[in-house]
Design a protein around this ligand. Structure first.
Ligand code: HEC
Ligand code: HEC
Length: 291
């Protein structure tokens, strides 16, 4: 009888050694893909998400929240947000800068953050930043008072329509420009390179345009904020955003310039290349629940 616990202990130890050896090999031989185009797998994503959520909760527990509602605070927060945050996080109806689209993990729109997270957590994230993501720490760039200004503004952000966000922008701000175009000049393929939409290429491409920061998309990990509708069953819907008939062609137009199809929509133009829009439209065609 006494033998079994010993054998079990040896098995556990052997497994641990084998696991460590495999782990080291994966690291040492370069098998782990660090490219920003290779998304995390679902389990890695879930693990990182839990680690980050728990860490922020623990560390922000004792922060005292000042009054956040004064109009002066909101006005200062507005200016700070446009100067330091909109480049990566965009704003209502406004896409971020091109480099931000390629970050992995992607910067989410912040319209839901202030609703989903207590003010102390939002303050902590802005002040400390988040390791191994593109989220910078701002404590050496802003005073605590300024960070609270931004936190106050983030509580107002979800109430602003794309039109209001644009109208409040100072001259020269990207958001004050033409309603329909993102500040991105996409690099176009030569006409000879054009090809029909390819669903597999579309699935890869949509990781590079922040789609998953606003939409739940079947089979694509990372959806956490639901700013737009789930794209599950998109192929079965008769209209796109309730306005135009759902065809691959009009889907391509929607993805290239949502504001032109539906003025005032909260979905921003994201600077898609035409081929990417065609590929993503082909991928969306595969999202059917009809047998
Ligand atoms: C260089 C790009 C970049 C800039 C500039 C930036 N952020 Fe971020 N931010 C990120 C990324 C990437 C994440 C996602 C981190 C993750 O997935 O854990 C993030 C996450 C966040 C979150 C957590 C979102 C959530 O609810 O999950 C908040 C809040 C936030 N940023 C606020 C700000 C504010 C406020 C500013 C301006 C002062 C700012 N960020 C500037 C890239 C940026
Ligand atoms: C900043 C958030 C945001 C991002 C990023 C975003 N969307 Fe959207 N999307 C929305 C919102 C909000 C709507 C609802 C628009 C409306 O009805 O006015 C929408 C609507 C849609 C629709 C129509 C859904 C329906 O039920 O008719 C499709 C399709 C779509 N988005 C695809 C995409 C794809 C593909 C990407 C990436 C290239 C993307 N979106 C990026 C916010 C976003």
């Amino acid at each position: 009888m006494r033998r079994w616990p010993r054998i079990a202990a040896w098995c556990v130890a052997a497994l641990a050694v084998a696991g460590a050896a495999v782990g080291s090999a994966v690291v040492y031989f370069g098998w782990y893909d660090v490219s920003a185009t290779g998304p995390h797998t679902m389990p890695v994503y879930a693990l990182l998400d839990v680690a980050s959520t728990r860490s922020v909760k623990l560390r922000s527990a004792d922060i005292k929240v000042p009054d956040l509602d004064s109009p002066q605070r909101i006005r200062r927060g507005d200016a700070l947000y446009r100067a330091h945050c909109a480049q990566c996080h965009g704003g209502p109806g406004q896409g971020p800068e091109p480099y931000a689209l390629g970050l992995n993990p992607p910067p989410p729109p912040l319209v839901t953050s202030a609703r989903e997270r207590p003010a102390a957590e939002v303050f902590w994230i802005i002040r400390q930043g988040i390791k191994m993501t593109g989220m910078p720490a701002w404590q050496y760039r802003m005073t605590d008072e300024q960070i609270w200004d931004v936190v106050g503004y983030l509580r107002v952000l979800p109430t602003l329509s794309p039109q209001q966000y644009r109208d409040a922008a100072p001259p020269g701000d990207p958001a004050s420009g033409a309603a329909s175009s993102a500040s991105i000049a996409p690099t176009e393929a030569q006409p000879s390179d054009r090809r029909l939409g390819d669903a597999k290429a579309g699935r890869d491409a949509l990781q590079q345009y922040l789609c998953v920061t606003c939409h739940a998309i079947p089979g694509v990990p990372g959806a956490r904020h639901y700013v737009g509708p789930s794209l599950d069953g998109m192929a079965d819907r008769s209209r796109i955003a309730g306005v135009v008939p759902n065809s691959p062609d009009s889907m391509q137009q929607w993805l290239l310039d949502p504001q032109r199809i539906k003025p005032g929509t909260a979905m921003p133009a994201l600077g898609l290349r035409e081929q990417d829009a065609r590929d993503i439209a082909a991928f969306l065609q595969t999202l059917s629940n009809v047998e």
